[in-house]
Design a protein around this ligand. Sequence first.
Ligand SMILES: Cc1cc2nc3c(=O)[nH]c(=O)nc-3n(C[C@H](O)[C@H](O)[C@H](O)COP(=O)(O)OP(=O)(O)OC[C@H]3O[C@@H](n4cnc5c(N)ncnc54)[C@H](O)[C@@H]3O)c2cc1C
Length: 375
Amino acid sequence: MSPEAPAPDRRPPVGAGAAGYPERVQERRDAPLAPLTTLRLGGPARRLVTAETDEEVVRAVREADATGTPLLVLGGGSNLVVSDDGFDGTVVRVASTGVRFDGTRVEVAAGENWSALVDRVVAGAFAGIECLAGIPGSVGATPVQNVGAYGQEVADVLTEVVALDRGTGEVVTLPAAECGFAYRHSRFKAEPNRWVVLRVRMGLEDADGLSAPLKYAETARLLGVSPGDRVPIGDARDGVLRLRAGKGMVLDPDDHDTWSAGSFFTNPILDEGALAAFRRRVTERLGPEITPPLYPAGEGLTKTSAAWLIERAGFAKGHGDGPARISGKHTLALTNRGGARTADLLALAREVRAGVREAFGVTLVNEPVTVGVEL
Ligand SMILES: Cc1cc2nc3c(=O)[nH]c(=O)nc-3n(C[C@H](O)[C@H](O)[C@H](O)COP(=O)(O)OP(=O)(O)OC[C@H]3O[C@@H](n4cnc5c(N)ncnc54)[C@H](O)[C@@H]3O)c2cc1C
């Protein structure tokens, strides 16, 4: 039972039977956030509410908004860097459940585990998200940064997002075209205090047990095919999981290389001027025979590799001698070796960012969301 009487809410509930504050909403005061993040970092939340249905999520968010209380929406905590001082407000942990298939379409509650969903979809032999296997966190967070890996991203299959618009207090259905998806970005990330994702709808492909065409050369190579080929869908998933595990990108509580927020920096996107300057710096520093990895990223834009920049700036895997270090398996992951504080992690992130800027004139941008701190 909630220790605090909730403010009465006269707005219509999202679903039937949601009158009153549901008794099973779990609530805690001064709840440590570190155990709820994959980095195991961050101080306490003044109030933590675990909401297990859409109605509970909506009610908890509306209540915080009605009282002007700062709000943090939390999924699996796998893309968050929380201040050592914690969060002086309400954290609503989205723990709603429910997966409903209708042919190749699927509707999933925000609190479902993403990786478990991928396993179910692959077991049902539907294609479209098999290369996103092993990405930690909740389904509801996947549209936020348009999660992607190994040539697939959630925007490829997402058809609609059901979300609470905190601006109006209404629950709306946004078609994918209105979600502003881009590389590791979306409208939900661009308007961080506006949306709470409640449900995600996706359209998958029935390809007779085969995967979607493999876009990523590394995956194709591992599976002995060419980019563009299809393979049995389970092979695609297993191959991706093998590649990910080799980089410490599959959660393992016993492996500190996975105590991270995944890739800490996004791959920089350069316009023509920035690209020319970058090429000059690479030649000056590394010699004319070295070509950085470059990929087209839309009209006049080129993407390069953050991991390449970090390595070539002189940061090796395992770099660092404190409790926060670069992963021993992947230069792009910053990790807590146990006993780190958020301040340690940020100091490491700043060191890497400054080193890359100094070496190549490119400023790396953090991928995880920072709460109460800035890089
Ligand atoms: C080992 C590891 C590997 C990773 N690999 C990848 C990868 O390959 N590709 C990739 O894209 N990402 C990757 N990530 C990052 C992370 O897993 C994804 O960003 C994931 O979608 C975050 O989900 P979450 O539920 O943990 O979100 P959280 O960390 O809880 O929250 C992240 C952000 O989303 C917001 N949010 C969460 N739920 C909701 C909701 N229901 N409505 C509105 N906002 C919400 C939060 O407020 C916060 O701003 C990796 C992370 C780790 C630790």
